[in-house]
Design a protein around this ligand. Structure first.
Ligand SMILES: NC(=O)c1ccc[n+]([C@@H]2O[C@H](COP(=O)([O-])OP(=O)(O)OC[C@H]3O[C@@H](n4cnc5c(N)ncnc54)[C@H](O)[C@@H]3O)[C@@H](O)[C@H]2O)c1
Length: 372
């Protein structure tokens, strides 16, 4: 029996327009039926672009709507917890944007409540869905790279140094680059190599961001715009991460530069966001070579997306909705779930703790003694 999953979206801002609505529109099993945002003029213009839906300004109304099956939460970070709890308590399946909560405690509460409610839950860790990431994962898991030794992630953007809005207020965002960008890279590293057990790290703020894009003064940034960590994985590998939006020369039409690489005992493989349908691959003692991602890794099996259509660094993002819709219809867990969001948060929180204490943080010990 065919069934349509009726989606509601809380937060009609940039990421909903960029990923989630195109993902819903592409999947014949999904339909956008309701949106919620306090900005009524934004909702009006979304009706032109996304098609007509029910609209409300209070998320509780959407969370209780009996004609909504699943909700995508794409609001400022401080709202994720309360909105996700309202949705799962009303029996809605939920995809929530990253960072899942403002800290590990919030994220685990969200996970526990979603499990208790028996709904499907998903954290929107986008880059797991890049074709090259899916292929690097296969190469690693199939043993082609040998025993993993090193992981490295670099995410550089060259963006204007003006205000980030809610993203630069600590109580609304939690942290800056660390929670905005690096947390994705922590997640895919743990997906590839398993849990990170200890970290040290540092964050830094350079840009005051006390003017808006139109030159008006505004409250200054309270968060990092550069973040880094070194982490050991339980499997024995070691990783190094660096991210920043202040990397002059790395604008690249707004896409920036991203490189994530695994060096194993038998070979190396690297993913690049700017070239997601190829990997850089070195096997059998050869140097890294640009290698096409095989057909079966260009999208999840069954995805309605044409891998040849659209801008490669954008279109794989549409597969997030395909994953949640499939998980609901197939009555299985969605990947990545809220627990993956919580585990990435545990590592990100540990980076802040390590920097504050200027020492290494043992993640399991910190979870056990409640310091995270
Ligand atoms: N997965 C990714 O690749 C990715 C990319 C970008 C952003 N994000 C995440 O998505 C979230 C949203 O980011 P964005 O860039 O779209 O931000 P944005 O500021 O463009 O949009 C946020 C929207 O939420 C609305 N909003 C504010 N309070 C609300 C409330 N109480 N109820 C309903 N709506 C409310 C705002 O009016 C705005 O339209 C953040 O958590 C961010 O970290 C993830």
């Amino acid at each position: 029996m065919s069934r349509t999953i009726r989606y509601g979206i809380i937060g009609a801002g940039a990421v909903s327009d960029f990923h989630h609505v195109p993902g819903i529109q592409l999947d014949p099993r999904a339909e956008l039926v309701a949106i919620c945002d306090p900005d009524e003029s934004l909702m009006q213009s979304r009706q032109q672009d996304w098609g007509p839906t029910r609209c409300c300004t209070d998320y509780r109304e959407l969370a209780a709507d009996p004609d909504v099956d699943a909700v995508i939460i794409a609001t400022p970070n401080f709202l994720h917890r309360e909105q996700a709890l309202a949705c799962v308590r009303n029996g809605k399946h939920v995809m929530c944007e990253k960072p899942l909560g403002l800290n590990f405690a919030e994220s685990t509460e969200m996970y526990r409540e979603a499990v208790a409610a028996g709904v499907r839950h998903m954290t929107a860790f986008t880059y797991r869905f890049a074709p090259s990431m899916r292929y690097v994962r296969h190469l690693l898991k199939s043993g082609a790279l040998g025993v993993p030794r090193h992981f490295r992630s670099q995410r550089f953007l060259d963006l204007p140094e003006t205000s980030w809005g809610w993203r630069q207020i600590r109580s609304l965002a939690g942290a800056g680059d660390l929670f905005d960008m690096t947390i994705h890279r922590i997640d895919f590293a743990q997906d590839l190599l398993g849990p990170i057990t200890s970290v040290c790290g540092a964050i830094q703020q350079y840009a005051p961001r006390n003017v808006t894009a139109d030159g008006s003064p505004c409250p200054a940034s309270e968060v990092d715009d550069w973040s880094s960590l070194i982490g050991f994985f339980a499997c024995g590998a070691v990783g190094v991460w660096e991210g920043s939006t202040l990397m002059k020369g790395h604008n690249n039409n707004g896409v920036g530069y991203e490189w994530a690489e695994i060096n194993g005992s038998e070979g190396s493989a690297a993913y690049q966001l700017t070239d997601p349908n190829h990997v850089m691959l070195a096997l059998n003692g050869r140097d890294l070579e640009r290698t096409p991602v095989p057909e079966e890794f260009l999208k999840p099996a069954g995805s309605p997306r044409d891998p040849g259509a659209g801008k490669p660094s954008t279109v794989f993002r549409y597969d997030l909705v395909y994953e949640l819709t499939s998980a609901i219809l197939e009555e299985r867990d969605a990947e990545p779930g809220f627990h993956h969001g919580a585990m990435a948060q545990a590592v990100a929180d540990s980076v802040l703790l390590a920097f504050e204490k200027r020492s290494w943080v043992d993640i399991k010990a910190s979870l056990d003694n409640g310091s995270l």
